[in-house]
Design a protein around this ligand. Sequence first.
Ligand SMILES: [Zn+2]
Ligand SMILES: [Zn+2]
Length: 370
Amino acid sequence: MAETGLVAAMTAPREPFVLLEFPVPDPAPGAILVKVQLANVCGSDLHLWRGDYKPADPGGSRYRSIGHEMVGTVARLGAGVTHDSAGQPLREGDRIVYRYFYPCRQCRACLRRQTPRCLQAMRFRHAPDVWPHFNAAYGQYYYLHPGHTVFRVPENVTDEMAAPANCALAQVIYALEQAGAGLGDRIVIQGAGGVGINAIAVARELGVEQILVLDALPERLALAREFGADETLCLRDYPTPQARIERVQQLTHGWGADIVLELTGHAEAFPEGVAMLGVGGTYVVVGNICAGRTAPFDSSQLVLYGRRVLGIMWYEADSLYKALRLLSTRQDRYPFHKIVSHKFALRDINRAFVEQDAGRVHRATLLPWA
Ligand SMILES: [Zn+2]
Ligand SMILES: [Zn+2]
């Protein structure tokens, strides 16, 4: 009898996930079969489940594979795979992280060194009933096609610490590098979810001088302070955009921030965040992936103050490698192990989503083998 594995698939927004069973694929030459050990519930998974983020439909199936933030072990190596993307030897049983998207290296975006925005990058995200079945995080296996970016996880980095590396941590490393964050900068982080918390550590390591973090939930701001945020602003204490903008002005000696990172997923954060910038500041939009949501914006606020706006999705291969190095070398400075807050068995995925959607869980992780 063929070996099988489970996938938790979505059928429709806010409907329960269903557990499906499929044969475990044999890796083709150059491919890797991964046994998923932990799979996180990221903010964008929640957007997709709620139905307010609508990526292209894979078509031909009532099921959709989702989940993208994870860590796994090598179950089987395809012929010819001997090393990871950093040249380290790779064997069965090794713990690995990898990009969940595949830049094609042949399109205009890839040619112009915009590989994170390759339009072909999700070409392998088929519905789960299509071979190789396991192509998203919420399943027992994950099939890595040839040409993947994959890195061995350093021994002193636990699975709980490594699981957010391939989305939250690599994402902010890339975003802050693109924004040119560095010595002497003052930065505002809108949103203290998993991505925002990681951003504090990355900003500090890049030399940022002052880090201000905004969120609606006091517990998330408490973790932000543990990560070294200089000031936290709770939306309950500063209920209007005007109050928050004024507080940021005060805390930055009347100048405003050099960089503001949007990690909330709310369109209204945009005009507010731009108004928090000083002259020549950079606004970086990462969180809002929900097309169709708008907020009124006065574009003279960019022109009159020489401000710029960057939209950032995904990251380069080296961002993920740097994420692992940071986790390995700076775990004494930042409590990375606290970012994943609750664990659920994969079969309890519906409870995990309902709890995180309600704000009672900060970042759930699913255990496919529990
Ligand atoms: Zn994510
Ligand atoms: Zn491409």
